[in-house]
Design a protein around this ligand. Structure first.
Ligand SMILES: O=C(O)CCC(=O)C(=O)O
Length: 276
């Protein structure tokens, strides 16, 4: 038994490359987080538009709290051990009845780390299901290393480069259906994607992308981290600040640096660059 996950769940994560659904909080608590986020989003729209979807945990207190939620961290500890930092976060919002989708990909492809054994919790702040465009995963593909990706920059594809793995056996796909307040965990090398939101409601997912143990460090770009749990010594690294309130200028300055660094990493060698 781990701190939060059962042995069977831990095994399932390692065998399949993902685990879902995991109860983090009640639906009411998740709705309260969503309301706090949407109030902040309305008050400071320049900080939460699609081009500012990265590292919003360094701007919004409610997202910083989610990044430190004890159940999420206990589950992370169960799969990667007691020492870890947060590399970045992404708000994956699909507005109602939009054509945005996420092609089959492996997260670690462009992240520029020395190794790829790290985990992303994806927290649902709204229903995430077949109608709203939930994530789907291809079990076991995290064991086959990084496959070639083609950069498509397709307009409706909300990945940075519209990168895609071809020839995925979609008959194996597992849909991760989550109610608000549940999360999934996925491995950095699992092949996954998501379809359009055909519903009348927003689909809001917050990806803590990713939690990494201290033996993992940046080989392309700056080594910037939010220290989360345990000891995380890394050479030539910089620790980021948590916001004490929405748009705390100290954390906001860190976010600017972290966003620029992330873009430099994710778009290195790319033929085009998007706003996020
Ligand atoms: O939110 C989505 O639809 C996709 C998210 C994703 O690809 C990820 O969190 O790695």
């Amino acid at each position: 038994m781990g701190k939060f996950l059962t042995d069977a769940q831990i095994k399932q994560y390692h065998d399949e490359g993902f685990l879902s659904p995991i109860d983090v909080m009640s639906e009411d608590e998740a709705i309260a987080y969503r309301e706090r986020f949407e109030e902040a989003e309305e008050k400071y729209p320049e900080m939460a538009n699609p081009n500012k979807r990265n590292n919003a945990h360094l701007s919004y207190k409610c997202l910083d709290e989610l990044a430190h939620h004890p159940i999420i961290l206990d589950a992370v500890e169960d799969v990667i051990g007691p020492n870890f930092s947060l590399w970045a976060s992404v708000l994956f919002i699909k507005e109602p009845q939009t054509s945005h989708y996420v092609s089959w990909h492996q997260d670690a492809t462009y992240m520029g780390m020395n190794k790829n054994d790290f985990v992303t919790p994806w927290i649902a702040l709204s229903p995430s299901n077949l109608e709203t465009g939930c994530m789907s995963m291809i079990p076991g593909t995290h064991k086959n290393h990084i496959r070639p990706h083609d950069d498509t920059f397709a307009e409706d594809n909300i990945l940075t480069r519209g990168q895609v793995v071809r020839d995925v056996d979609e008959s194996q796909a597992v849909d991760l259906i989550l109610r608000p307040g549940q999360m999934s965990l996925h491995h950095a090398e699992i092949i996954h994607g998501s379809r359009q939101n055909k519903s009348q409601t927003r689909r809001i997912g917050f990806a803590l992308q990713s939690f990494m143990s201290p033996d993992i460090h940046q080989v392309a770009g700056k080594n910037l981290w939010l220290d989360i749990r345990g000891d995380n010594p890394r050479e030539n690294s910089m620790s980021l600040h948590r916001p004490e309130f929405d748009l705390d200028p100290i954390a906001a300055a860190d976010r600017e640096l972290a966003d620029e660094n992330l873009a430099d990493i994710l778009y290195r060698g790319a033929k085009q660059k998007r706003g996020y």
